[in-house]
Write a protein that binds this ligand. Sequence first.
Ligand code: ADP
Ligand code: MG
Length: 485
Amino acid sequence: MSLIQGETGEWEMVIGLEVHAQVIAESKLFSGAATAFGAEPNTQVSLVDAAMPGMLPVLNEKSVEQAVKTGLGLNAQINLSSVFERKNYFYPDLPQGYQISQYLQPIVGEGVVTLDLPDGSAKEVGIERLHLEQDAGKSLHDQHPSQTYIDLNRSGVTLMEIVSKPDMRSAEEVGAYLEKLRSILRYLGTCTSNMEEGSMRCDVNVSVRHPGEALGTRTETKNVNSIRFAKQAIEHEAKRQIALIEGGGAVVQETRLFDPNKGVTRAMRSKEEAHDYRYFPDPDLLPVVLDADWVAALKRDLPELPDAKKARFIADFGLNAYDAGVLVAEREIAEFFEAVVASGKGCDPKQAANWVTGAFFGALNRDGIEIAAAPVNAAKLGGLLELLDAGTISGRIAKDVFDAMWDSGKDAAAIVEEKGLKQISDTGAIEAIVDQVIADNPGQVEQFKSGNEKVLGWFVGQIMKASQGKANPGMVNQLLRKKLG
Ligand code: ADP
Ligand code: MG
């Protein structure tokens, strides 16, 4: 928890998020129109999405399946009966004049998400509900000097609105929440969760209070489209509210907008209440009734999710919580890591984790490529670790071999052979180098004898250098100690 010092004491921020996640599905919630990102405006619009008179919505089963899977992944209650309602409001890019959403009876009820915080601790955030609803179209204000254009491609696309409880207490926790949500949805294959493409957006509810007091009045900052902006909006909004209250004012419940250029929030409209929308069950749609066996089958078929995978990596591979968390954040990374461990016979999983998150990620970032395009695949990295573990190459040489593998795409063994990089583990050969270095440096030998232990490290360095990094460091240490007495 991070408290903010004000003039009237310490303040705590209270945050709850409403996340809109676009469901991965070929077609929209109630029509057969396509949903591909980046299509030409108004090319993915059916008569239903354009709200032509007399058109009737037909529920897309895939959208329901995705919502249920997501609910299961959030450890949430699945409601076997739920109801679509009309939420009535006017907006130029909402041709129906209402959004079909769920209100009193959502498809998913309470659940829980576990946050992995940067200090290694975990925290649970409650999920209030998840419901299905239609997205609206998009107004384009920058296409013409005096007119606004409307693109209805998004109209009717399936959204899951995932509402958290007001359980978060810092911008950092909100970052961890969005990251974990994104990770879970990607594992499940229910949402791409690309905030920059708009497939995941969030409304940020913030209030402040002195610790221990009742909840304060919240504001809601709409449509924040990156984790960084969400954190900035929260910091700004909490400070604004504290200053307002300490200056004798009061927070009004309102809807605000975040300005990413200035890093501030601005009032947009006073808060609407649920009754303003005149919700009522959509007469064109029957209640959604799910078969318990169907839900159970979906549950059985869920992939191993990040929390379970992390626990397994810690238990089976002896990884620490931080490394395990980094490796499971994305499914592709976790699978890559496991493939490295499986193919590097006898290799130490902790060392494999270091190589994946260190040299391998470093090279991916430097070249700006994805795992699938990397010149070093899991089997090749495993092969390198095998040589390292068997003592065929030293740790120092291994990094050079990795770089050569990355550049050439060759196996570790081939490079070691080609360049003659095999570690020298032959006692006679090492002894010769040790003797030489000792003979060349009588001054340092004196220092060591008069009690300066640090010189030993210096000697190891000299010997490694003389062997071009190929001497077995363990043996070098042993021999040195013996010789220096
Ligand atoms: P609305 O549709 O009016 O925005 P919702 O129930 O959909 O209401 O969402 C309310 C959101 O606001 C939830 O994420 C909830 O956790 C959060 N919230 C409720 N009260 C507070 C509060 N006092 N401070 C911060 N967040 C709050
Ligand atoms: Mg809301």
